[in-house]
Design a protein around this ligand. Sequence first.
Ligand SMILES: [Zn+2]
Ligand SMILES: [Zn+2]
Length: 303
Amino acid sequence: MSVIVDPGSGVAGDNGATPVALSTSRDPSTWAPNEHINKRSSIPFILLHFLPLLAFVTGVTWTAVWLAVGLYFLRMLAITGGYHRYFSHRSYRLKRVPQFLLAFIGTTAAQKGPLWWAAHHRAHHKYADTERDIHSPIRGFWWSHVGWILCDKYNKTDSDAIKDFTKYPELVWLDKHDWVGTWTAGVLCFLIGGWSGLVIGFFLSTIVLWHATFTVNSLAHVFGRRAYDTPDTSRNSLLVALITSGEGWHNNHHRYPWAARQGFRWYQIDVTYYVLRLFGLLGVVRDIRPVPATVRDEARPQR
Ligand SMILES: [Zn+2]
Ligand SMILES: [Zn+2]
């Protein structure tokens, strides 16, 4: 666990892949082979979005509301601080037990397993906004937001891209059986909050969490300021940073993906980083990788 793995240069265009101009509609010429949304397997995913309407039957209790809010922030942190900044970028170090716990909490977010998530994210950095980027908005906004997830081609974990973690059998098991975490969260919500706890505390919270996470792939490559002249389309967005506990400083992140912080300046709110620092003080999180001052100061002056 002492080696920090380079998840790709973080800079597109140097991997033999060609940058493509941003468009808002999906241009078939940019499609890779077999890249089609599986309509049949997408139906359950779409239907899930209507489940919170059952609240008209179950009612909405305060317990359910607090469950929804608490689970949103807890699971967002597990995705941003865990799946993203730890498993994808190894921007700090953890011992084996907290590593597994973080991965397990991540699976409660129903965003598949940590190895699947991180391997795909490493590919995103390696080929950002080129024709080999799995979820670039150059292929259309909705494709980058959710379409690619519904495509069979990207169902499997690319083990070669995440070899540094496949050596842990408990993580490989969790990645294969990610439903265990998701179902545990759902059952706990039902036991704590009854049907309202399940419908609002679990399902509504999970659906909002999905789309908030997806905005980093879609909105954060379309709207916002570009502080750094990266070859991709990444942008900095306060709005996305607020709903994702700090992942909206995406242009910063593409400039220097190895850092644990994405808000490079004190005024760039990055809740995930604050929590990592807190766990650093407790001795759980170690070797938090900083942003070199020279990189930070490359930013263009704000107008
Ligand atoms: Zn990106
Ligand atoms: Zn990243």
